[in-house]
Design a protein around this ligand. Structure first.
Ligand SMILES: Cc1cc2nc3c(=O)[nH]c(=O)nc-3n(C[C@H](O)[C@H](O)[C@H](O)COP(=O)(O)O)c2cc1C
Length: 359
């Protein structure tokens, strides 16, 4: 059995293999509600054999959405349709996870295929954004309003309520979105956080919101269910958050009971990123040296590449996004390529290629 198809148990949840469908915004929801698109999109990846399927960035509040078409979990009414999706995923032997997110200053945007522009509050599809400091993401954008103490408390209680709903909706894994320049990352990165209160300045102050969000989530999220955090391990710029900060943070998160760090990078400024195969794996490796589990992500596209990362002990799970869009059945194909005999859905059995061992 390859490393990629060896099961892994984290807390009380067993994953049949190490392949994770990385969160991917679909920009296909209305008022945060899931619909048939989300069921078929996520459901087909369950049929395709992924070990874990994580929803797109799912907003904990309406103002925390990147766009008006993001999934949300800020109302109890969102739960039933999400439950249909998690039921389907679990019926097919995969595990359903949800990425809980708040976009902060990167909220209120047009969907990518309509140009991605920032939408101002006077636009019918826009709203006022909030962030740690009144600094826009890029030049020419309207800055967010700096969150006051009440605003920070609201963010925390929104994450808590969302985590409670996620449990009711049947999710077994929560991933907190602390990467890609969204709110939690905006707080821990010195580029976007210039506060002078206890949430800004020192490393300890900048990571405070993330730690407090974890605390409130853990009040409602069962201790036996995995809790992941996605981090941007570097801002890719001098004076920004860097890998040493990430290692220091990983140590703290491990001690708080976070199970896995999904190690991504960037997104808080327009930076030049060297986009080569597996370009973020070294960060997963660096963070893993603290003893916490890591997920590697970014331009991982072949079974052999994924297998090698695990064999070399650089990560514990392999997160893939675009390759899963190209091929929802990637795990079934990857198992065959690695010579592993995995179960195909009964309905598709007749199409399963024979595994020839020793070839
Ligand atoms: C269509 C699309 C939507 C994405 N949406 C999210 C998201 O909601 N949350 C997130 O953390 N990352 C998101 N990402 C980033 C991916 O999860 C992943 O980290 C990135 O694409 C690199 O992996 P890949 O090379 O396998 O695509 C998105 C990527 C794509 C292609």
């Amino acid at each position: 059995m390859s490393h990629l198809f060896s099961p892994i148990k984290i807390k009380n949840v067993e994953f049949k293999n190490r392949l994770v469908v990385s969160p991917m915004c679909e920009y296909s929801a209305e008022d945060g509600f899931a619909n048939n698109w989300h069921l078929v999109h996520l459901g087909s990846r369950a049929v395709g054999g992924a070990g874990l399927i994580i929803t797109e960035a799912t907003a904990v509040s309406p103002e925390g959405r990147i766009s008006y078409a993001d999934l949300g979990i800020y109302m109890d009414e969102h739960i039933p349709l999400l439950k249909e999706i998690t039921d389907f995923i679990h019926e097919h032997g995969s595990v359903a996870g949800i990425q809980l997110a708040h976009a902060g200053r990167k909220a209120s945007h047009e969907v990518p295929w309509k140009g991605n522009a920032q939408l101002l509050p006077d636009d019918p599809h826009g709203w006022q954004t909030y962030g740690p400091s009144a600094i826009p993401f890029s030049e020419g954008q309207e800055p967010p309003i700096e969150l006051d103490k009440a605003g920070i408390e609201k963010v925390k209680s929104d994450f808590k309520a969302a985590a409670k709903r996620a449990l009711e909706a049947g999710f077994k894994v929560i991933e907190l979105h602390g990467a890609h320049g969204y709110l939690l990352h905006q707080f821990y990165s010195p580029i976007s956080n210039q506060r002078t209160d206890e949430y800004g300045g020192s490393f300890e102050n900048r990571i405070r919101l993330l730690l407090e969000v974890i605390d409130v989530v853990q009040e409602v999220w069962p201790a036996e269910n995995p809790l992941f955090v996605r981090l941007s391990a570097t801002d890719w710029t001098e004076g920004g958050w860097d890998v040493n900060d990430s290692i220091k943070l990983a140590e703290i998160l491990k001690n708080k009971g976070v199970d896995l760090i999904d190690t991504s990078t960037g997104g808080n400024i327009l930076a030049r990123i060297p986009l080569t195969p597996g370009y973020q794996v070294e960060y997963a490796d660096a963070v893993r040296k603290t003893g916490i589990l890591t997920g590697a992500v970014g331009l991982i596209t072949t079974p052999q590449q994924a297998e090698e990362i695990l064999q070399e002990g650089k990560a514990d799970m392999i997160f893939m996004a675009r390759e899963f869009l190209r091929d929802p059945y990637f795990p079934l194909h990857a198992a065959h390529a690695l010579g592993d005999d995995v179960k195909w859905p009964s309905q598709y059995e007749r199409a399963k290629p024979r595994v020839v061992h020793g070839s």
